[in-house]
Each structure stands twice: as C-alpha cells, then as structure tokens.
Design a protein around this ligand. Structure first.
Ligand SMILES: [Fe+2]
Ligand SMILES: [Fe+2]
Length: 320
C-alpha cells in the first residue's frame, strides 16, 4: 500500500513531524573504561550492560534493513527525511557500541563474541520461510517501542546510572535521546504500508519475550566467561535496579509498555520530547561530538582561506 501524504493517514501523528531526527556523530573515549566491572564493580549489572551493548550493532543493522525494505513505498517527503535520519542515527549507535564492545572485550567482558553470535542468528532468522518483510518490520517496531520506553526511563531517572562508568553512561544517554527522537519512524512506515496495528500488538509480545530471554542468556554467558561469581551484594543491587517499586526499571516501564496495546496507540502519545532538550542542556558534551568538531574545523579553514584571499587582494591593490 502506498500513500502520497502522511497527513492522509489517520495513524500519522503531527508531533512526529516536528521532531528533528539528525544524527550526531559522537566519539566517546572508551579507553577511559579501565575496570572490568564497569558498573560500580557489580558483576551482574556489568554483564547486563555488556549484554545490552552486544545486541545493538547486529540488532540495529537489522532495524535499518527492515525499514529499508519499505523505503520505495514511501513517497511522503517528511517521512522520507525521517527514514534517512533514523538510518543515520542507528548506524552511528551501532558504530559506537562496536567501539565500546571492543574495549569491554579487552577488559574481560566479551561482548564482541556475543555480537558475532547474534549476527549469525539474525542471518539464519532472515532466511526462514515465515520471516517476511512485514514480520521483520513489526519486530523492529516492537524493539523500537522497548528501546524508547527504556530511554525515557533512564533520562527521567538518570541517577539510576550513577554508578556506571561515566563514558558508558554518556554513551547510553546519547543513545537514549536519539531513540526518543526516531521512536515513531518504523511505526509510521509500518502503519502507512501495512496498516495492521493488531498484528503489531501480537508481535510485540513475542519480541519482548525473545529479547528478555536473549539478554538473560547473554548475561549468564558473560558471567561464566569473566569467571566471576556474583556476591549477595551484586544480586541485591541488581534486583533493586530491576524491580525496586520506586526506581526499578521494570516497574518504571510497565505502564508505557502496556500503552502499546491500546487501540490507536502512537509512539508520540508519550510526549517526552522535553527529555531531548534536557539532555542538550545538561548532559551533552560538545568535546565528544565529532560532527561538531569537524564543522568547526571546516568553518575555521574557510575563514582562514577568506582572510588569506583578502590579504592577497589588498597586496595586489585589488578591491577585497
Ligand atoms: Fe539505536
Ligand atoms: Fe532505534
């Protein structure tokens, strides 16, 4: 199904079009991660962070592919631009997590091995008969919902990451912000091209179950490979991070997770774009923004060239 205008679709959402989806070329100093158990010395929280990071590069490559499969069907200019932004952002996330995973591996948390494992699994999964483009995109929409609600959780409660290594924390906050910015793109593409929200709801249950099982298995693998037996303190702190009634991840995302099952739900029903502004104001560090540095260097070079040209013109008596 092809639509020429996003506004003609009852599922399109005015706010989505107002949020700029512009990839930021960040470069984080992962060599600063010196410790093996980079999350407050806690082995379980560390392998949770490592397991998550290992899934991003192959997972996000699949998100990009599943949206790309529909790109030709989208003629709306706004959505086309948003798809471009989505692809750019996910590509950068993937790249930065790959860099992080290499350092984690060196420290004894072998996220690279898991990255390769998931890459192979995804290849196998795509080759299966029942896995068509609709199913792949619906899985992506589901994963985008999960990442967006986790992003909202950590940006609303940044103190839950206080014990995390500062560089890894900065990586997660940046990633979270861009997940919020592009959270509706895959959803809008799906609704424009497939228009089957009931199907999305069915697939989310499966997506959430598969994701949880995979993260749990990867955590166990990382713990075994790091040869670390978790202490009671580690278990208690991890339990609190996940399940604490006031500040736990699961209670914190439960209500937003369920909203997906409401009739006519759209990701921007969670109007949390203020979190992006908060990040820009309080968390963004321009010294790690490679794109900004390149733009500044280019501007400085241009200004120097113009000044030199103007000096030459003065020397030769020509008007500057
Ligand atoms: Fe991402
Ligand atoms: Fe995403």
């Amino acid at each position: 199904m092809t639509h020429s205008n996003i506004e003609t679709n009852p599922h399109s959402h005015a706010l989505g079009g107002k949020v700029e989806i512009k990839p930021r070329h960040m470069s984080f100093p992962f060599e600063d991660v010196q410790e093996t158990f980079f999350w407050g010395g806690n082995s379980i929280l560390t392998v949770f962070g490592g397991a998550l990071s290992s899934t991003f590069p192959p997972g996000e490559a699949e998100f990009i592919e599943s949206v790309r499969n529909y790109r030709d069907q989208v003629t709306d200019e706004t959505l086309k631009q948003q798809i471009k932004g989505f692809i750019g952002q996910e590509g950068h996330h993937s790249h930065q997590h790959k860099q992080a995973n290499l350092v984690l591996k060196e420290r004894g948390i072998d996220a690279v091995r898991l990255e390769k494992h998931l890459e192979k699994d995804i290849k196998k999964y795509i080759g299966r008969k029942h896995v068509n483009n609709k199913f792949r995109l619906a899985m992506t929409v589901g994963m985008e919902h999960l990442t967006a609600i986790m992003a909202e959780f950590i940006l609303t409660n940044p103190d839950v990451l206080d014990d995390l290594n500062p560089t890894v924390r900065e990586l997660l906050f940046w990633h979270a912000v861009e997940e919020i910015e592009h959270k509706a793109v895959a959803f809008d593409v799906f609704m424009l091209c497939e228009n089957d929200q009931k199907y999305l709801r069915r697939v989310l249950r499966l997506t959430a179950a598969l994701f949880t099982i995979r993260i749990a298995c990867y955590m166990v693998a990382l713990l075994i490979w790091s040869r670390k037996r978790p202490s009671w303190k580690d278990i208690k702190e991890f339990g609190s991070f996940m399940f604490n009634k006031k500040k736990g991840l699961i209670p914190g995302i439960r209500s937003n997770y369920k909203d997906y099952f409401k009739e006519g739900f759209h990701p921007w029903d969670h109007a949390n774009q203020d979190l992006v502004d908060m990040w820009k104001e309080k968390m963004y560090r321009p010294e790690h923004d490679l794109g900004l540095q390149r733009a500044n260097a280019k501007a400085a070079k241009k200004a120097a060239e113009e000044a030199a040209a103007s000096a030459t013109n003065l020397d030769s008596g020509l008007p500057a």
